[in-house]
Design a protein around this ligand. Sequence first.
Ligand code: GLN
Length: 491
Amino acid sequence: MPDINLATATAAEVLGALNNRDISSVELTQAYLSRVDALNGHLNAVITVDHEGALTAAKDADDARHRGEGGILNGVPLLHKDIFCTSGLRTTCASRMLENFTPPYDATVVSKLKAAGAVTLGKTNMDEFAMGSSNETSYFGPAHNPWDLSCVPGGSSGGSAAAVAAGLAPLSTGTDTGGSIRQPASLCGITGLKPTYGRVSRFGIIAFASSLDQAGPMTRTVEDAALMLNAMCGLDPHDSTSADMPVPNFHDALRGDLKGLRIGLPKQYFSELLDVRVANRIQDALKELEAEGATLVDVDLPHTQEGIATYYVIAPAEASANLARYDGVRFGHRCDDPTDLMDLYARSRSEGFGSEVQRRILVGTYALSAGFYDAYFKKAQQVRRIISNDFKQAFDQCDLIAGPSAPGVAFSVGAKSHDPIAMYMEDVYTLSVNLAGLPGLSLPAGLINGLPIGLQLIGRAFDEATLLKAGHRFQLRTDHHRLAPPFGEIS
Ligand code: GLN
């Protein structure tokens, strides 16, 4: 192997080595696969490894490079969250319901990344149907945080975050419905971007809450996130909610300084809910952005706290509708020896879904039921609009909003799994961003007792370019994103 340290390598570095012919994609893919095989027993970050498919794709990438062809990620290994349908490769959504489901087609994100030349190594662990903030609701067991194996990696894209942090792949995909890219990125010390709703196609992503779900890159650096976003995004005729908006070259957009950029600080993001040690790290990070020419202004997001109740009505309501399709008839788990149709439905669903998913279905069905629709679902939609308007007003005074990605650092496995409300509070700084459909970026911002924390930057709709530019300038000044967990040194 040439001079590539897989524990810390970025996609940009790996691409450089591939383009210089220092290494082939087959060699690189083999090396990452060996690393997955050696380390995944400790992390449980990957549910399915596709050795054969990865090596075939790597060979194709090498051939394309020899012909002078290949996309912007040609030959770069990557992992997909197990919520993305992958043709011919098992896609479980970390549920018993889909334990044996092999999709007949690729999600648009998957086919676009393939077209860009990325090599799929396998599928990552996650909370079941993306419901959770710790990866503990997975049917395949919890994933572990490489900074401290007794801690959770966050969720729901916990396997993707742990895998990138531990150098099992330089890139992975995630999805974010209420924080599931940004919170695990924060807890694992990596970079995670939730794009604007509509920027990335949802076609072939197993639906949780369709008005909130959005896919995005999970990477070591902002530079890699910019590359990957370009490869993933754009209008898709298969998804009527994907946006017909111009797609800038996000990598080019990284250039330039932050002079004149106004960064808004909502007082609600720095309340007593926030661990003071996290608050201090965020203040340090803001000083770096000021040193780059940004100015800090106070803004108000008065309904931040209401975001939690609003989200936890809307997301379960949409989930209850989306998950109605798992009826044991067409696909998914089917119980043995049903006595009649009702028994088939009831037992297939009780056996196939874990308890958090069942809780969401119950809450969502209740909130949508005839007698309670106005009091819950309709009211939540009204508050959603108010929250969206709060952001609009804040963006009259600033260009970006900054705050923490999560209220604290990674917690021990088991610490919150029996207290759903404590778990839901993990999303207090992220889920309003989904309710408003805006882009949000989590950046490594330092360690507290050896565990990472994340700075969150929130942008205007479809202005990922400004977010990425600010994030990139931050990473040029700091080295938090270069720190690798001690675990990553193994092998
Ligand atoms: N933790 C939140 C939930 O459990 C968000 C999950 C997500 O973004 N997929 O719903």
